[in-house]
Each structure stands twice: as C-alpha cells, then as structure tokens.
Design a protein around this ligand. Structure first.
Ligand code: BES
Ligand code: MN
Ligand code: ZN
Length: 490
C-alpha cells in the first residue's frame, strides 16, 4: 500500500472521504469541494437527513468541480473525541473493493495531531488486510482495488514523520504477525518459521537458532518434551537488537510458538481443532515486534525469544504423568499434555533470565481457553510480579489501543499446582485456570520484573466486529510491545 501525506489540497482522482462532525460541520479541503460543487454537498446532506451523527454517511458520485469518482461524507461525531484510526478503518472498509485505486482521507483544516493522522493510515491498512495467498480464484468484487492511501492534513511533514518513524513500521510488523498466524501448520512449522526469522539479519538483527540437540545440552527437557511426538524438530530462536547503550541491560520479549496444538496424547476434540494452527500467536507478536523495532531503529536493547514446537500424539509423544526436568532444575509432572504452552515457556523464560539478566521481561502466549471465559476477545489477561511494569503496560495498552486487564497472582493459587511426586504439576484444575497457568510461569522467572500476557482471546478471533480485524490472526501484541519499549526504554 502506497501512503502519501499532503497539505490541504483537493484530490484529483479516486475517492475522497470527509469527516463531518456533529451539526454538519466540515473543514479544510472539504470546504473547497463544497464551494466548487455549487451546493451539491449540502444538498446531498439534506436529502440524506445527515448531520454528522457517528455511524451514518452519505455518498456522492462525480461531484461537480472535481475530478473525483466520488465523495464519502462520514459522520464523525463530536470533534473533541474524533477517532482518526477508526475513521481510516471504516473508510477503507467502505471503499476497499470500490474499483477505485486511491483513497484520500481529508483530515485537514481542524488541527488534527500528526500522530492521529498517522493512525488514520494504520486503521486503513489494518482494514485492507486479507489473507488471500491460498485463494486461486476470488469472486469478482472481493479483490482490494485501493493501492494508495492519501491523507491531507495540516501538518503533513510531521504526520509523515510520525508514520515513517513509528506507526508505519509497527503496522508492517502487525501485518507480518497476522500472516504468520494465518499460515497453516503444513507450511509454518518450527524449521520453516525459524528460517523466516533468520532473514531478519538483513535488518541488523542477530539471529541464533537452537535445535533439539543444543536445547537438550542446556537441559530444556520441558520444551523439548512438547515436540517429541512430532516429526518436526523443535527450535528456540533468539533475536538480538542492540540499538541502545552497550551498558544497558536488555529487555526480553518471549513468545509461545506452538505451530500446531493437537493437545498431544491428551488429545483435543476435533471440532475447531484447525484453529490451533494459531497457537503460535505469542511468538508472532514477538517476531512482528522485533521486525518493527529493527526497522524503526529503536534506541534500546531488545532480545526476542520464541520457543517453537509442534504438539503431536505419536509413539514418541510424552504420556500424561511423565515427569520432566526443566532447565531450571525444577521437575514437572506433565498431567496433561495439552497444557504444553507453559512447558515451552518455562524453559524459554528461564533461559532468557539466565543468559540476558534483563531489566524486565514479558511473555505472550495463547495459553488458556479459560482466559476467553474470563475476558472474552476484548482484553488480554495481564499478570505481573511487578506493579511498576504492570502499570507501564497498562499505559502502553491505552496508547496502543490493545486492551489488557490485570488478574491476580497469589500463594493461594500457587499451591494448586503442587505435586506430591514432583516439584509441580502442569495443571491446576478448572477453577482459575488462567491464573494457575500464570503461577506456573512465575516459578521460572525468579525475581526478574515480568509481565505475562494471555492472548488466547485477542490474538485469534473468528467472531469480529472491529473493522480493523479481518482474519483469524489479529496481530495482537505488536503495537503494545512497541509502545512499551518506546515509552520506557528508548
Ligand atoms: N493453546 C491452548 C489454549 C487455547 C485454547 C488457545 C483456545 C486458544 C484458544 C493451550 O495449549 C491449552 O490447550 N490449554 C488448556 C490447558 C488445560 C489443559 C489446563 C486449556 O485451556 O484447556
Ligand atoms: Mn494445549
Ligand atoms: Zn497450546
């Protein structure tokens, strides 16, 4: 998608979209259209009983006095709470398959912040995203025709800078995360996934790939055990971005990358199992975030670590009741092979902590079905051993529009994962399922300030209402991670 920022000027081709605020007010270039169209705009608004109410709109074709194919007047509500990102998203949704090539968002004349103008493009790009890679034929009219997004805004230079330096690269990262999540497990498996990440070296990211032999040497039997029933070799991929001072300790981003989760011997039911190709959504967020961090040359030291494994039932698979020793030395009774994400993260988190001694670390995982019961698809569950880092995340969450909700950690929950025959078991029973999973992870971070995000409900969605979400994979986490790094470590 080509993106252009211009000052207040009338567009000469494609479709123009104009926000009309409550009371029928519009500004900037839109006023010139109104003048040149000798009353057509006012007449259309009147005929359409339209005065800028949010959610309503009126369109005009070939308005007199311009070379545009059409104008879309979109109700934008009160000027004080104008949501530029949603404006961009709904405009794209309305016009994506219109046949026109250029979508011009007229956001000039009312002193819109440059940051918001950049976000309008983000909204439009997210709404334009589709995963058509495996469609050999598309019904006529479902192909995206828009190839250029043009934004007219008062301070176009600042808006362009905000987009190119921050929002654009982050949006690229988010769309990359969506692509990874939507990719099926016969093409995206630990090896092929690691090979994709290896390409980040072009961006100045150092990439290390650890296979099963190396992981075994390090004592990562919890992680390796998850993939032992698969013909695909598990991988641990470490991405290094050194954009900060040499003396600064890094922050670590850790992701669950189960490229397919059958449940293993504790097999999942067949209905809906296909969505478990998306059980690598946490890793996709980390990978997309690292891509963005490197492209925008963030002035921070950031390490991305993803544990990649395929959870399969097979003659070599682990059995319920198996006891494994994690890299930390702690033993785990694997009562349920479907609670595999925490086994992957146990070793990945311990490794991150031991090797990098990070200032803070965060993990993202499609960890529990229980988080969907608690928070639905709207908020990711946030758990933390540090009020300071939890607060920083709450703030980043607000700015990035990726919502989180903090849930508790406490000794009473921790007790639920004790096992009489090992140091712990990997399930804690039905009550507080997301919390006991987080308690399990906490046993592998020691006193490193840490946040765990359970994104099972937010990284993958079948039921979508937000125009920015168009496929199973949402790319959740890329924006949040970047905002958190930018706010606190750059
Ligand atoms: N990947 C699943 C969690 C999940 C469920 C993600 C639904 C997205 C949608 C995870 O590995 C899992 O199977 N968790 C079990 C844990 C249980 C066995 C303690 C679950 O949530 O049922
Ligand atoms: Mn599972
Ligand atoms: Zn899983």
């Amino acid at each position: 998608m080509k993106v252009i920022f211009v000052g207040s000027e009338k567009a000469s081709s494609g479709v123009g979209v104009i926000p009309v605020f409550k009371g029928g007010k519009f500004y900037g270039a839109a006023k010139r259209y109104a003048r040149d169209s000798v009353g057509q705009i006012k007449a259309a608004m009147k005929a359409g009983h339209f005065n800028g109410e949010k959610g309503s709109s009126v369109s005009l074709y070939a308005p007199t006095g311009s070379k545009l194919a059409g104008l879309l007047l979109k109700g934008a509500g009160e000027k004080t709470d104008f949501d530029a990102e949603m404006f961009g998203a709904t405009a794209m949704k309305a016009l994506r398959v219109s046949g026109e090539k250029t979508l011009t968002l007229h956001l000039d004349g009312f002193k819109l912040k440059p940051d918001d103008a950049a976000r309008a493009v983000v909204g439009a790009r997210l709404a334009a995203y589709h995963f058509f890679k495996y469609r050999t034929k598309l019904p006529k009219g479902s192909e995206t025709t828009i190839t250029t997004i043009r934004v007219s805004v008062d301070d176009s230079a600042k808006a362009r800078a905000a987009y190119q330096k921050f929002h654009g690269p982050i949006c690229d990262g988010q769309l990359m995360a969506r692509d990874l999540v939507n990719e099926p497990a016969n093409t995206l498996y630990p090896n092929s996934y690691a090979a994709r990440i290896k390409k980040f070296q072009k961006l100045g990211v150092k990439v290390e790939i650890l296979g099963e032999k190396k992981m075994k040497e390090l004592g990562m039997d919890a992680l390796v055990g998850v993939g032992q029933g698969s013909r695909r070799e598990s991988q641990l991929v470490v991405m290094h971005w050194n954009g900060g001072k040499k003396s600064d300790k890094p922050v670590c981003l850790v992701g669950k990358g189960v490229t397919f989760d059958t449940g293993g011997i504790s097999l999942k039911p067949g209905a809906g199992m296909w969505d478990m190709k998306a059980d690598m959504g946490g890793s996709a967020a980390v990978v997309g975030a690292m891509h963005a961090i490197a492209t925008r040359k963030a002035k921070a030291n950031v390490i991305g670590i993803v544990g990649l494994a395929e959870n399969m039932p097979d003659g070599n698979a682990q059995n319920p009741g198996d006891i494994v020793t994690s890299m930390s030395g702690q033993t785990i009774e694997v009562q349920n092979t479907d609670a595999e994400g925490r086994l992957v993260l146990a070793d990945a988190l311990w490794y991150a902590k031991e090797r990098f001694k990070p200032q803070a670390m965060v993990d993202l995982a499609t960890l529990t079905g229980a988080i969907l019961i608690a928070l639905g698809h709207e908020h990711a569950g946030l758990f933390s051993n540090s009020d300071k880092v939890a607060k920083a995340f709450a703030k980043a969450s607000k700015h990035s529009t990726e919502k989180t909700w903090r849930l508790p950690l406490a000794p009473e929950y921790d007790r639920l994962i004790n096992s009489p025959i090992a140091d712990m078991k990997n399930i804690g029973g039905r009550p507080a399922g997301s919390i006991t999973a987080a308690q399990f992870l906490q046993r592998f971070v020691a006193d490193t300030p840490w946040v765990h995000l359970d994104i099972a409900g937010t990284a993958m969605k079948n039921d979508r209402k937000d125009p920015r979400e168009t496929t199973l994979g949402t790319g959740f986490g890329v924006r949040l991670l970047n905002q958190w790094v930018a706010d606190n470590y750059e």
